[in-house]
Design a protein around this ligand. Structure first.
Ligand code: IMP
Length: 427
């Protein structure tokens, strides 16, 4: 089963790192194909906690970690993460980076922040990492690519061209000081010697690996409902984290993807603005946030929390051709007498069994809940489905029916070994 994509099925922070980590030693290449350091993967390996933003979580496994063309790379963050891991004894020397990946320049971060400030109440709630402006430059054909670091003259010319109109906008609209192109170019070029040995045609590398029958894991960042095409636009990220994004973002054809694993949290969370029908703004929401430690890995922001929304996960499973769901953080639901699950929406008196077509309808959607019985038993030590209490089993089985997709793995705690596997994710 050589080509596997892992995606988030909600609004991110589903615990994708844990699921990809399960595939661990079976994987020969782990690929980030979209997004940048707006992502956050927290992994706990041998009791040690690692928070990664840009590097593929496979960096902790023996395979080759790959940053593919679809990613936007903040060079400062890249080397901070590499040095942080090296200091803890993790070997990062196998990492390769696409020559076509775009660079997040310091001015992208400035623009991200001032734009959000300017939007005021209409802000997106971005992570402020410059991701959106870097992708905007890519689409505007004004972007800087990793390969440009290998050609000083070209890089300087591109920075200069890119800042010509940006400086006008920064000064005249946002009341900011103009940015010096020389300073930016010098800063970016200071990374060139360290980047050079990592730069590859990663699309060729991955296609050759697939030809040899090696296992390639495409590790989605963010999630389906943050996808710029399929998510809750405009409250989305600026890339395509969906499974199909692995094709454009890594340069492999759709025929090379054999399996799509969707990660779903046993409840729902969201950071930033945007519609979230099952959000709990009361003590129940606080309890989920506290028990689930729902604070952003990237920004530290408290996450908005709510009950499991089957419509959200069903649409992600359907639109991504998900073959298996990995359900995470089921242990966090222990101790609730009753657990509501959203099975439909009421929009202006009309029942919707799938997500409504327009954003305006979603914003007015009132969840219709089915209330399931909870459990009190500690499930964090369970390693087989049969060890779960009857109500836990019933919760999982009901979710499976509602999302119309089999659940193949379940997370019951933060540790690498705290999982219940029902079907293998690789064979
Ligand atoms: P941006 O990606 O920084 O432009 O932010 C756009 C939206 O995506 C905001 O609502 C962010 O909170 C959200 N977002 C971006 N990356 C992640 C992630 O890894 N997990 C959850 N939300 C994210």
């Amino acid at each position: 089963m050589p080509g596997i994509v892992v995606i988030g099925t909600q609004w991110g922070d589903e615990g994708k790192g844990k699921a990809t980590d399960q595939l661990g030693d079976r994987v020969d290449h782990t690929v980030r194909y979209s997004g940048g350091n707006n992502a956050g993967h927290t992994l706990v390996v041998n009791g040690e906690k690692y928070a990664l933003h840009l590097l593929p979580s496979g960096i902790l496994n023996p395979g080759v970690p790959v940053i593919a063309n679809g990613v936007v790379v903040d060079l400062e963050v890249l080397f901070e993460e590499i040095e942080g891991l090296n200091a803890r004894g993790i070997d990062t020397s196998k990492l390769i980076i696409s020559s076509n990946a775009h660079i997040i320049a310091p001015y992208h971060k400035t623009i991200d922040k001032v734009t959000e400030r300017f939007l005021g109440k209409r802000k997106i709630g971005t992570t402020g990492r410059g991701v959106g402006p870097a992708y905007a430059d890519k689409i505007n054909r004004m972007g800087l690519r990793v390969q440009d670091l290998l050609d000083e003259e070209l890089l300087r010319a591109k920075v200069e061209a890119s800042l010509r109109d940006k400086n006008q906008v920064l000064a005249k609209i946002f009341n900011q000081l103009a940015i010096d192109p020389k300073g930016v170019a010098d800063h970016l070029l200071s990374f060139a010697d360290r980047v050079r040995p990592m730069v590859r045609d990663t699309a060729r590398h991955l296609n050759d690996a697939l030809d040899r029958g090696e296992v390639v894991l495409f590790e989605g960042a963010q999630a389906h409902h943050l996808d710029v095409d399929h998510g809750t636009y405009p409250y989305v990220t600026s890339s395509n984290p969906i499974a199909g994004g692995a094709c454009t973002g890594a340069g492999v054809g759709p025929t090379r993807i054999d399996r799509v694993i969707g990660i779903a949290k046993a409840y729902t969370s969201r950071v930033g603005e945007g519609p979230f029908p099952t959000e709990l703004l009361d003590a129940d929401g606080d309890r989920l946030r506290h028990d689930g430690a729902e604070f952003g890995t990237t920004t530290g922001r408290p996450r908005r929390c709510g009950w499991f929304d089957a419509l959200v996960v069903e649409s992600a499973a359907t639109y991504n051709g998900v073959t298996d769901i990995f359900l995470t953080k089921l242990d966090i639901l222990t101790g609730w007498k009753k657990i509501p699950v959203c099975v439909a929406y009421d929009v202006d008196g009309v029942r919707h069994d799938t997500m409504p077509m327009t954003q305006a309808e979603l914003a007015r959607a009132v969840p219709i809940y089915e209330v399931l019985d909870g459990w009190d038993e500690d499930i964090s030590g369970c390693r087989t489905f049969e060890e779960f209490p009857a109500n836990t089993q019933a919760y999982v089985r009901r979710l499976e029916e509602l999302i119309r997709c089999r659940i193949s793995g379940i997370g019951v705690g933060p540790g690498r070994e705290q999982v219940v596997m029902i079907n293998s994710l690789v064979d």
